[in-house]
Design a protein around this ligand. Structure first.
Ligand SMILES: [Zn+2]
Length: 170
């Protein structure tokens, strides 16, 4: 199943994009929609040695009761893009049948990156190699679409609002 405009709209109805764009607020809305908290953790862009998502610096750690998104963007907009990519994996349900395992907790310096991270509750660590090429591409498409929509200067007024105005001015 490839992500298209219709699917993107459904996903952004479930967790609406805030305007003006606010990545923390958006992530909170996604967390609310999924019923699980999402913890954002900025890391050094080189910390995952290129094994993370996209250009190599994003990581989704699924824990028993929450999800951690590590992101290492060199610029603010790159950081947003990485977060959007990981959110794409979440909203598209890509942890299902992904091969991510807790063995990665030994291979990656997770504790150094986030000292408060208790490794025993980790369910899976999802790196680029843990997704199929299709899923990686879909998460990237979702991130591209989200960033385009998030940066739009003005939203189209909602249908309810325009109907309201039309009936009032009749
Ligand atoms: Zn990815």
């Amino acid at each position: 199943m490839t992500i298209d405009q219709q699917m993107f709209e459904e996903l952004t109805r479930a967790a609406p994009i805030p305007y003006p764009w606010d990545p923390v607020e958006y992530v909170n809305r996604v967390a609310e929609h999924r019923g699980r908290p999402i913890v954002l953790c900025p890391i050094d862009p080189q910390a995952l040695a290129g094994t993370g998502c996209g250009t190599g610096s994003g990581l989704w750690i699924a824990r028993e009761h929450d999800d951690v998104v590590m992101y290492g963007g060199a610029t603010e907009s790159h950081a947003y893009h990485i977060i959007a990519h990981e959110i794409g994996h979440m909203l598209l349900g890509h942890d299902q049948a992904a091969t991510g395992s807790i063995e990665a907790t030994d291979a990656l310096p997770l504790h150094d990156l986030m000292p408060s991270l208790s490794t025993e509750s980790i369910r899976s660590v999802l790196r680029r190699q843990d997704y199929s090429t299709d899923r990686e591409r879909d998460a990237e498409t979702f991130a591209d679409l989200l960033m385009v929509h998030a940066m739009l200067p003005q939203r189209t007024p909602s249908r309810i609002r325009s109907t309201f105005f039309r009936s009032r001015h009749r």
